[in-house]
Design a protein around this ligand. Sequence first.
Ligand code: XUL
Ligand code: CO
Length: 438
Amino acid sequence: MSEFFPGVPKIAYEGPKSKNPLAYKHYNPDEVVEGQKLRDLLRFSVCYWHTFRGTGSDPFGSATLQRPWDDGSNSVENAIKRVDAAFEFIGKLGAPFYCFHDRDIAPEADSLRETNKILDAVVKKLKEKQGETGIELLWGTANLFSHPRFMHGAATSCNADVYAFAAAQVKKAIEVTHELGGVNYVFWGGREGYMNLYNTDLNRELSHLAHFMHQAHEHAKSIGFKGQFLFEPKPKEPTKHQYDFDAAACLNFIGRHGLDGIVKLNIETNHATLAGHTMMHELEYARIHNALGSIDANTGDLLLGWDTDQFPTDIYLTTQIMLVILKQKGLAPGGVNFDAKVRRESFEPIDLFHAHIGGMDAFARGTKIAAKIRADGVLDKFVQQRYRSFDSGIGKKIDDGKATFAELEKYMLEKGEAAANESGRQEYLENVINDYLE
Ligand code: XUL
Ligand code: CO
């Protein structure tokens, strides 16, 4: 069979001194960091939508990306051929996982029955390629936002038939994820949100969304799907008020609707930025709630206010991400999924390799730097020291939940004034981190 990426070899690790752009300088899948091979710690995944369905079109211009294997049509033959190109790419890259929306892998027909038939045909092909290559499915999801029927949302639509359509679609998407051995299933809210409260029953929409997730979970259990369910926070775009605004909003929704322990979070960098948070904040917030399931690795552009989904190359960013992820010994069964796209000006197929290699190297570097910081304990020791007043005496009583306000008043009346504060040393710590970035 002829190749779709001729001249591109299997990307190998050549070490930091290599000048070969088609080689890893930092990502050696067999290197062990904190007791795990980088392959198992990072669990890199290639996303089907941007990488194999992206066209480079934007609101001002049409497609730019050259994808010689793709005839641009919505035919089943084209979808099948795309699978070959996708697996050649992922295989040459050496990423262990991929992810998709149902509508990325197979086109939608005029009826749901016909659409499902086409989906099954493509899934059969995906299953064959997975068997041949050993590449696995990190997660599947359903596209509940592109088709015009979802204009008012899917699980939160005001139209009960649209809710039913979305339920049928998610039922099938969970089934094909299960069929392909997927280890997670993602809900990204898409159009689950609203533009204007004059026409919106907020309470009704939120309770529909919760019921939808419970039903999805019930169905998953009934077919023996053991994968992890993930909710992906995003504050805006396409709607003004997305119900899954950020990690805190998602966790509030999860807790309020009895989804604790059923649904964790898939945290995406560009979404964190749009919510006015750092990625590190979102990750740590999810982690302390035992809800950090997986990440969508990308980055936004701080000068642009939308979801640019660029590949992550900033070592500070990946170091901060890995400082949190290493605290919980990785993400499995989640992983690091590149929900990222090449710029429309980077129109050649080879750019897909440069983009992913750069992202994987940036994560490998961030992992090694974070591990060194952790091994030296510089941040841990500082934080421990900073809170030491809670380790004994009145602080310990507060920490143990045993100090009443009356007791604290008595303590302070006797003492007269609080102990002196100490510096937070932010600038010193920023310098320390810089020393590790070399
Ligand atoms: C959209 C986004 C989605 C989800 C999957 O901003 O991130 O692609 O990751 O639906
Ligand atoms: Co995403």
